[in-house]
Structures are given as structure tokens and as C-alpha cells.
Design a protein around this ligand. Structure first.
Ligand SMILES: Cc1cc2nc3c(=O)[nH]c(=O)nc-3n(C[C@H](O)[C@H](O)[C@H](O)COP(=O)(O)OP(=O)(O)OC[C@H]3O[C@@H](n4cnc5c(N)ncnc54)[C@H](O)[C@@H]3O)c2cc1C
Length: 492
């Protein structure tokens, strides 16, 4: 079973005895809390400090894994027994041009910092994750996608240039026209080729602090996909919530949210809403509960019965609205819905959750996702959240994207279901792979090496391995995920 178990105190002490001179030893978690690892953690403030840690790691025989905000659900930003370079303290915005929309940032700058810097000047990040706490380095490394992936591509497609610090201490500037192999490999390269130390990004012009949103119910995944196909040309964002508890004829029912930017001149007083204050998420849920406490209220509902009730209420509440139910919503409220309830993941305590996100080519997507939902129900492990998105291919070497759809499924992990859940994930992998599907390292905690060699084109994998040999011949850069999916170089 590919679960990373915590290190024993003896093992930890042994590492410290062998490797003197490291100051902080911390137990780090994947965002979903279900996987963890103990590491020596450094928080550098400059590229020079990063280079010093590279040197120290080589002298002491450690490996290095990079970490941004640690928002990857699984073990992508863990490096048990090695060094974790936490880049969150390198969080300065170096340049911002409101005329061109170009921004130069250190890798630890978060999406929160980004939008708060640019929005008052009438710009918005072209691609954001469902949480605003991710960092530029983490987003580039995983080549994240937003609810507009079908329209504007992935994060990487808006990275104009970056500096990558290689294990030798040499810094390479990469762009679509300079060091192009490294550009297409490091974006999507899950921190295996070097450390992003500076990124130049192109932002998107907006003419209001609000989007026009339309919400409506769909009775199946087939209907949801067909609405996405019809509406994509006129939409800027499309996302579907899927009720993963219901089976039978209600399997895959859900709610679609479509959003559009307002064109220039539509918002008569754009300055009023292009402010940070206007974007603030409300401090109380439904005007009643303080946000910070809401996860406590959510906790008792994180079980099959509770989620069934919540989903039914959500679906019928939305069904009561007229079919074309339009409203204005701020960019932050639409993009970062998950941040409404701070620490909502704690409702999954004491163990946590994993997310299983698969990406399937258009023709096979809905049938495959329905099969995954049926398998989960049959195993008695229904996902508690399902999110449906539309995607388009992109040019990065280890991209997860496809011309099709993804369904992200959240599963509660308990001590009792853990083994069954990992087994279910393995069985679902086969269905996804048989249907030409792909996976995404930012969300993964359960994949195996065999699966990886099936979903990436062999040519891309070979080009990536060759880049790794060239940039990092001694395998200095490793993570729990890289060892799980690409093998342990020390035992290869
Ligand atoms: C609530 C929630 C919602 C999410 N929604 C989405 C979504 O809508 N779309 C989506 O695509 N993803 C989504 N994600 C996943 C998230 O966007 C990715 O996992 C992202 O990579 C996290 O960024 P981070 O800064 O936390 O990076 P981490 O998780 O800390 O690290 C991610 C990877 O980047 C590497 N890395 C970090 N910094 C650097 C650096 N400076 N140089 C080189 N490598 C580096 C790490 O080694 C690791 O492999 C979501 C996650 C959460 C928790």
C-alpha cells in the first residue's frame, strides 16, 4: 500500500545524529492531512540562501524537496528524511506594471498577494486555483488549471519567463524562446529540475470587480457535459458541482455555474468594486456563523448520511430558483468558494481526505466518471464532493490536461477505510487508464509507478527523464511523490 507512514522517533533521531547542523525538524503534512513526513525544513529568503542549502545537502548526503504553501493534497511537497526547502518566505513582488499587466514575483508570492496587488489597477490573474493560498512556484511547478482551463489554458501558459536555480548553483532564465526545453519541462515538472526563484507573469485586464454568474441544475453528467459544450464559446468560466451520493437515475446530478467577465463600460462605477475591500469574503456564513467556527458545524455532517442531506438540500435549493438564475458575484467569491470556510478540511479530522482527480478525453468522459461513481458507491466509499471541469491540451511536458473533462472527487480517509480506499483508487486507476485518462500530481496520493508509465506519452517521459539527467544527475531533488511514482534512485 502506497501510504507514507510517519517516521518513528528512533528513525528521526538517527537522521539527526548522522546529519548534524540542521536546525528545524518538522512533521509536514499533505494538504489533505492523510499523508505526512518528517524533514529538515529550511525557509530561505534569497536565491543565494537556496544555493547554500544545495551545497549543504550535497555535503551531508541529503535530498531536497521544494514546498510552496503545501496546498498539494498528497505527498508532492513532502520529503521524508530529507530537506524541505519551504519557499514561502521568498514572497516579494519585485515589479508590477499596471500599463502592461506584467508582474515579476518571487516564488513564495501567493495568489492572494497577486490579486490584491493588481485588482485595484483593473487586472486579475488569468488562472487561479480554488484556494488563494497557493504560491507562484507551486502553481508553475504543477502547472495548475482554473475553472477557465477550456478557455485560457493552464497557469504555465501565462508564465512569460522564469529563473530556475539548478543543483550546480547556476541560474537559468527560461521562456518560450530561451532555454525552451527547460521552460516546458520545469512548468509541470513538480520541482524535479530546479527551484523557481523569479517568475514573470502576464495578467488579464478586467473592467469590473464582478462577474455575471448563471447557475442551473443538471440531472446527469451527460447533461452537464452537453451544457458545457454548448456554453463554452460564450463563457469565461464553467464549473459543475456533482452530487456523488445519489445513485440510480439521479447518478451524477449537479449544479453548473457559468461566469462571464463584464465588458468595458457595463459596470458604470468600476472603481467601487475594483478594491480589495469589495472582494472580501463575508465574515459570517449565511449571516449567522463566524467563518472561523464553521468547520466545527460541518464536522457532524462529514459522513454518508450527513453529506446525503447536505447534497439534497443544496440541489433542491438551487432547483427552486428559476432555470436561468443570474446574479453578480465578485471575482474572489466566485474563484475561491472553498476559502469561504477556513480550515474546512478539519471537518475531515482526525485523519483527513484525499482527492482523486482524473482527466478523460471528451468522448469517454461521462461514461468513465459514471463508472467511477458506481464503483465508489459499491465499495461503500462515496465521495463527499465532486467537481467537474472542462479542459484543453497544453504544451508542457508532464501536463495533466486533455481535450476533455476532469472530475475531482473528495474521499474521507479514516483509520478503518484507508486500505479499502487505496484499493478502490487502484481499481479506478485501471478504468481511467483504459479510457485514455490522465492524473494530476497536485492532487494525487495513491497512484503507482505502472500507472504513470501508461498515462504520459512515452516520448514525453523520456524527454523529461533526459532533462532530469542533464539538470540533476545526482537526483538531489526528490519528494515522497517522486520516489513513489518514479522510484527511489538510491535503490534503483
Ligand atoms: C482547496 C484547494 C483547492 C485547489 N484547487 C485547485 C484548482 O482549482 N486547480 C488546480 O490545478 N489545483 C488546485 N489545487 C491544488 C494546488 O493548486 C496545487 O497543489 C499547487 O501546486 C499548490 O501550490 P503550493 O504553493 O501550495 O505548492 P506545494 O503544494 O507546496 O508544492 C507543489 C509542487 O510544487 C513544487 N514547488 C513548490 N515551490 C517550488 C519552487 N519555488 N520551485 C520548484 N518547485 C516548487 C513542490 O516541490 C511540489 O512538487 C487546490 C488545492 C487546494 C488545497
Amino acid at each position: 500500500m502506497s501510504v507514507v507512514e510517519p517516521m518513528t522517533h528512533d528513525a528521526q533521531a538517527a537522521i539527526e545524529r548522522r546529519r548534524p547542523g540542521f536546525r528545524t525538524v518538522e512533521r509536514l503534512e499533505g494538504w489533505g492531512m492523510a499523508v505526512h513526513g518528517i524533514s529538515h525544513v529550511y525557509r530561505p529568503r534569497s536565491a543565494e540562501e537556496i544555493a547554500k542549502v544545495y551545497q549543504l545537502a550535497k555535503e551531508t548526503g541529503h535530498t531536497i524537496g521544494f514546498r510552496g504553501a503545501g496546498c498539494s493534497y498528497g505527498d508532492a511537497a513532502l520529503n521524508e528524511g530529507g530537506i524541505v526547502l519551504d519557499l514561502s518566505a521568498m514572497n516579494r513582488i519585485l515589479e508590477w506594471s499596471p500599463e502592461t499587466g506584467r508582474i515579476v514575483a518571487e516564488p513564495g508570492v501567493t495568489i492572494l498577494q497577486l490579486w490584491q496587488t493588481i485588482l485595484p489597477d483593473g487586472w486579475w490573474p488569468p488562472v487561479v486555483s480554488g484556494t488563494m493560498f497557493t504560491t507562484m512556484g507551486g502553481c508553475a511547478s504543477m502547472n495548475i488549471h482554473g475553472k477557465n482551463n477550456f478557455k485560457v489554458g493552464t497557469f504555465g501558459e501565462h508564465v512569460v519567463e522564469f529563473d530556475l536555480l539548478l543543483p550546480t548553483g547556476e541560474s537559468k532564465t527560461c521562456s518560450p524562446t530561451q532555454n525552451t526545453d527547460l521552460y516546458y519541462g520545469a512548468i509541470s515538472g513538480f520541482g524535479m529540475l530546479g527551484c523557481f526563484t523569479r517568475l514573470v507573469l502576464q495578467m488579464k485586464r478586467v473592467y469590473s470587480g464582478q462577474l455575471l454568474v448563471e447557475a442551473f441544475n443538471t440531472s446527469s453528467l451527460g447533461e452537464m457535459a452537453s451544457e458545457f459544450e454548448d456554453r463554452a464559446p460564450e463563457s469565461d468560466y464553467l464549473v459543475g458541482w456533482v452530487d456523488c451520493i445519489k445513485g440510480g437515475r439521479k447518478l451524477g446530478r449537479g449544479i453548473v455555474h457559468q461566469a462571464r467577465y463584464l465588458e468595458e463600460g457595463v459596470d458604470r462605477r468600476p472603481r467601487d468594486l475594483l478594491t480589495i475591500a469589495a472582494q472580501e469574503l463575508p465574515s459570517k456564513i449565511m449571516g449567522l456563523f463566524p467563518k472561523s467556527m464553521t468547520y466545527l458545524l460541518l464536522g457532524p455532517f462529514i459522513n454518508n448520511f450527513g453529506v446525503r442531506m447536505i447534497n439534497a438540500a443544496k440541489f433542491w435549493w438551487s432547483a427552486m430558483a428559476p432555470r436561468s438564475h443570474c446574479y453578480y458575484q465578485t471575482h474572489a467569491a466566485f474563484a475561491f468558494l472553498l476559502d469561504y470556510v477556513p480550515n474546512w478540511k478539519l471537518a475531515y479530522s482526525p485523519v483527513g481526505l484525499i482527492q482523486y482527480q482524473s482527466f478523460i478525453p471528451r468522448e469517454a468522459a461521462t461514461v468513465t466518471f459514471e463508472a467511477l461513481l458506481r464503483m465508489s458507491r459499491k465499495a461503500g466509499l462515496p465521495p463527499y464532493l465532486g467537481v467537474f471541469k472542462k479542459h484543453r491540451p497544453d504544451p508542457f511536458l508532464l501536463t495533466h490536461s486533455v481535450d476533455g473533462y476532469s472530475l475531482a472527487l473528495d474521499y474521507r480517509v479514516t483509520r478503518r477505510n484507508r486500505e479499502r480506499l487505496w484499493r478502490l483508487a487502484g481499481e479506478m486507476d485501471k478504468v481511467v487508464l483504459d479510457n485514455g485518462g490522465k492524473f494530476y500530481f497536485a492532487k494525487d496520493a495513491t497512484l503507482t509507478r505502472d500507472a504513470v508509465s501508461r498515462f504520459f506519452p512515452a516520448e514525453n517521459l523520456e524527454r523529461f527523464r533526459s532533462l532530469k539527467r542533464e539538470c540533476d544527475p545526482d537526483n538531489l531533488f526528490q519528494t515522497n511523490l517522486s520516489r513513489r511514482l518514479f522510484g527511489d534512485p538510491s535503490t534503483a
